[in-house]
Design a binder for this molecule. Structure first.
Ligand code: GLN
Length: 377
């Protein structure tokens, strides 16, 4: 299992964002509509695979950054279980949430890439020990004995009506294929976004402290240490990264630690317990990947909260450490892809792949080839 990395792709700076508009380098368009964002933060990866420029790519998913751009670009994105893929060599954003995974054209390729990148690595202390798994054995076209949970909290107000319709059709597809659909409840998921944006930012402020101009990273010279460090950090980091460092430092500071950070950790545990409870009844959980399809450049760039809200369906999996996959589930009337998310229990990647593969076989109408894909694969 060896592969050669052919290049680097665009992304939001330090993986902070949901549209790749926070990139420090360049603009990446959505191959389906050049006026629209590719999603983020791994937007370059999703756009490259969607347009046929790459067969597969890696993404990093701290709060949805594999699944959401995959959904916006009409490709497959798999966030593995926390610890299933080594983060050795990954630049840390939020260490208790970050996970690497594949972005591919189809589910078979997702299994193949996962085979190559998963498994224990002594160089990452959070890597899960155990024998390697051959994920291609999970590519079975059958969901007959599977119970799929549908959490009502993910289908509330704010969900785009076309996304909702595509989810209803997907549920019908699974029913027809013999899966049992069960309503489940994840009441604490309404707090997931708030908990995520406290925990992720707290960890980011700590991880990014090393970019001080002294021992690590770039340096902007100045006459004294304080000026040098200040200049390095204000000139080196973009506005979103600076915002997150400030917020993260705030929630960790004495007096606010208990009120924000500790509370968020408690909420995180409740969310994890709720998933454990749900997975004692069902094999998988089905939700939209994002409440909306892609949007125009600039539409949310100046409104961080609006951008953060788009992460509502993906962040719970990172807080709970569980795997999730986004697969294409149709198109909106304005010709933008819609993504379906399947979540599984920790190390449940095989069940995810099996259910995703079965959907892919049953719904060729959802298998998309972006219009700009001149390169045939
Ligand atoms: N959009 C989320 C954020 O901005 C997720 C980012 C990620 O998964 N890297 O934090």
């Amino acid at each position: 299992n060896h592969y050669i990395s052919l290049g680097k792709l665009n992304m939001d700076e330090f993986a902070m964002g949901g549209s790749t508009e926070n990139s420090a380098l360049a603009k990446t368009s959505n191959p389906w509509n050049a006026d629209c964002v590719p999603g983020g933060s791994s937007g370059g990866s999703a756009a490259a695979v969607s347009s046929g420029s790459a067969i597969w790519a890696l993404g990093s998913d701290t709060g949805g950054s594999i699944r959401q751009p995959a959904s916006f670009c009409g490709v497959v994105g798999l966030k593995p279980t926390y610890g299933n893929v080594s983060r050795y060599g990954l630049i840390a954003f939020a260490s208790s949430l970050d996970q690497i995974g594949p972005i591919t054209r189809d589910v078979t390729d997702a299994a193949l890439v996962l085979n190559a990148i998963s498994g224990h690595d002594a160089k990452d202390s959070t890597s899960i020990p155990g024998a390697r798994v051959d994920y291609t054995t999970a590519l079975v076209n059958d969901v007959k004995n599977l119970k799929i949970g549908v959490p009502k909290e993910f289908f509330g107000e704010g969900l785009n009506s076309e996304v909702r319709k595509a989810m209803e059709e997907a549920i019908e597809t699974y029913k027809k294929l013999g899966a049992e659909i069960v309503e489940v409840s994840l009441p604490n998921s309404k707090y997931a976004l708030s908990a995520y944006y406290i925990i992720a930012l707290a960890e980011a402020s700590s991880n990014l402290a090393r970019y001080d101009g002294v021992s690590y990273g770039m340096r902007v010279p100045a006459d004294n240490l304080v000026d040098m460090s200040t200049k390095t950090r204000t000139e080196g980091f973009g506005p979103e990264v600076q915002r997150r460092i400030l917020l993260g430092t705030y929630v960790l500071s004495a007096g606010y630690y208990d009120a924000y950070y500790l509370k968020a950790l408690k909420v995180r545990r409740l969310i994890k317990n709720e998933f454990d409870e749900a997975f004692s009844k069902v094999d998988l959980i089905l939700t939209p990947t994002a409440p909306n399809t892609s949007y125009k450049f600039g539409e949310k760039a100046n409104d961080p909260l609006a951008m953060y809200l788009e992460d509502i369906c993906t962040v719970p999996a990172n807080l709970a450490g569980i795997p999730g996959i986004s697969i294409p589930a149709g198109m909106s009337s304005n010709n933008l892809p819609i993504g379906l998310q399947l979540l599984g229990p920790a190390m449940g990647e095989e069940t995810l792949l099996r259910a995703a593969f079965t959907f892919e076989q049953a719904r060729p109408d959802c298998q998309l080839v972006a219009p700009t894909g001149e390169v045939s694969l």
